[in-house]
Design a binder for this molecule. Structure first.
Ligand code: AMP
Length: 285
């Protein structure tokens, strides 16, 4: 596996692959990799001839009071996982390689005029998706992948990236990949490492609430407000859980809906101590 730290190295290698007629897949990550990330790499390996994984904690997607400085990292562990899953190149740039002005500063951002990035997570993280779109656009320009792989755990991110690709005519196919969970149901996340033992136990309320929501929908619930109220009440039964949001939205536009139909995204963000965790499901019928 090639370890690249500069944009020039990545460009040179990708050019060689493309000249040889090989397709290229990109998996953007912030490192501290787990089986959820590995599932994206596995999918990329099956669909592409060569797979590039970016491993970069992107400063522009963190607000001033967020966990940028505390964000966990283990680059050696990441390389071992990526090598074992058949990644061909890991791109691990410095902040100044990605943002030459230093300190994660840039004069040019990709921002969306639609209010998609201001819904759900955007309500408490107002600059988050501007940073995500900017870094993903940069990665697309650097790697020029045929396909790029994103997890459904970050459903709003996936929807926004799909919209950005459409609006800016990136010739990249976006592949969404299902949520990978721990054996007890907790959605895998690099931020799970912030949880104390009691918080880790309490965080099970998230996946349990997803199960509850799916059961209510399977039983015929169509009223989004009632479903959200039931899910909120369930989460509130856990004293260590602090709800950021529970919402039912259109899975493409992220606009609130009142009726649950196929494609409705039911998403939540809940804090447990220092960790803010996400979970969601999409209504299937
Ligand atoms: P991150 O390193 O948290 O920025 O995540 C990198 C990519 O991995 C994103 O597309 C995430 O949605 C995806 N991802 C993270 N956790 C999971 C998971 N538990 N299951 C599936 N995909 C995930």
């Amino acid at each position: 596996m090639i370890i690249a730290t500069t944009i020039a190295e990545v460009r040179q290698q990708v050019q060689q692959w493309k000249q040889a007629g090989l397709s290229v897949g990109l998996v953007p990550t912030m490192g501290y990799l787990h089986a959820g990330h590995a599932s994206l790499v596995d999918r990329a390996v099956t669909l592409c001839d060569r797979v590039v994984v970016s491993d970069f904690v992107n400063p522009t997607q963190f607000g001033p009071n967020e966990d940028l400085a505390a964000y966990p990292c283990d680059f050696e562990g990441d390389c071992a996982l990526l090598d074992a899953h058949g990644c061909d190149m890991v791109f691990h740039p410095s902040v100044s390689e990605m943002y030459p002005d230093g300190n994660g500063k840039t004069d040019t951002y990709v921002t969306m005029v639609d209010d998609m990035p201001r819904q759900l997570c955007g309500k408490t993280r107002p600059i988050h998706f501007r940073g995500v779109c900017t870094v993903v656009a940069k990665l697309f320009n650097i790697v020029t992948p045929d396909k790029a792989f994103f997890g459904e755990k970050d459903a709003q991110q996936l929807a926004i990236i799909r919209r950005m690709v459409r609006d800016l005519s990136y010739g990249v196919e976006i592949v969404g990949c299902p949520i990978v969970r721990e054996a007890d149901g907790l959605a895998m996340s690099s931020r799970n490492t912030y949880l104390t033992a009691p918080e880790r136990q309490a965080a099970l309320i998230l996946s349990q609430t997803v199960v509850l929501g799916k059961e209510r929908v399977a039983a015929g619930e169509k009223d989004a407000d009632r479903l959200v109220a039931q899910m909120k009440a369930n989460i509130a039964s856990e004293p260590l859980a602090e709800i950021d949001y529970v919402a039912a939205v259109d899975g493409v536009t992220m606009q609130s809906v009142h009726t649950l139909t196929k494609g409705t995204l039911v998403a939540m963000a809940v804090r447990f101590g220092k960790a803010r965790l996400l979970d969601n499901f999409t209504v299937e019928e």
